[in-house]
Design a protein. Sequence first.
Length: 149
Amino acid sequence: MEQILVVLQGILVRALPTFFLVILLHWYLKKVLFQPMERVIEQRRQKTEGAVEASEASVAQARQKLDAYEQSLADARAEIYRQQEAGRLKLGEKQAETVEAARAEAAARIAAAKAGIAAEAERASAGLAAEADRLADQIAGAVLAGRVQ
């Protein structure tokens, strides 16, 4: 057993410099290689995230501008529709006025024509009455002249 311990002691004594060398190499690589590499990776990640955040902000700003554009377009359309409706109402009023004026003119013409026809009928009636009286006088004269003969 003592032999095994002596051999183990010899192995450990020879292994200690290798162990310290591995620890020293690990510490050196960590400081010289891995930490700078992690910093570069972290910087890249931050830049990437920053670019993503900047692009998301740009997209949000574009959406806001698009919403504002669509709202102004809708407002413009609504104003055009209001103007068209006002134009239609004015046109309807003008048409109603024109129709009313045409009706009034037609009513005036009809009244004038009726008055003319009534006056003509009155004249014709008076003329017929006079003619009837004249014819009645002629007939009476002829009848009386035939009896007297």
